[in-house]
Design a protein around this ligand. Structure first.
Ligand code: ZN
Length: 153
């Protein structure tokens, strides 16, 4: 896979992990040219989940976007990558269960699920995440705002 940092195509897989429901595999990769570490996800395409936004639009359920948003919003807290992995994995399982045969889950439900997971893991991170998240209508809008902030920095 192409390194997002230096565009080299040479990488090695450091770790592979399947989510508990067995519907996706997450791989941590390291670029052999520059050492940058990144994540790829593999899942069954025909089962792609959709997220229903507040305004009724549907978007693909994007775990990578979710992970970036979590990392950025929690970067000042000492939350390990393993914990973020756990949140992502449990959020995905929740989404699959919630979506059922319709393959759709609301953005609001996802946001509230992430909040409840954070609350158990790190109450301070929860407060921080919640205080920002609740200013927005849904998790996608929240992540979009965080990404905008980090681009302007
Ligand atoms: Zn690289």
């Amino acid at each position: 896979m192409r390194c997002p940092h230096c565009s080299s195509l040479q990488d090695k897989v450091i770790e592979s992990r399947q989510n508990p429901s067995g519907t996706s595999i997450r791989r941590r990769r390291e670029c052999l040219s520059c050492g940058y570490r990144y994540t790829s996800y593999e899942r069954i395409e025909e089962k792609a989940l959709k997220v229903i936004k507040r305004d009724g639009r549907r978007e693909p359920f994007d775990l990578e976007k979710l992970e970036r948003g979590l990392q950025k919003s929690l970067e000042k807290r000492s939350i390990s990558q393993a914990v973020i992995d756990q949140i992502i994995s449990e959020t995905e399982d929740f989404a699959i269960m919630k979506a059922g045969n319709k393959r759709e889950v609301s953005s609001r439900e996802l946001g509230e699920k992430i909040l409840s997971l954070l609350y158990e893991i790190d109450p301070i991170a929860y407060v921080r995440f919640a205080s920002v998240y609740r200013m927005f209508e849904d998790i996608d809008q929240f992540i979009a705002e965080i990404e905008k902030l980090s681009h302007n920095r």
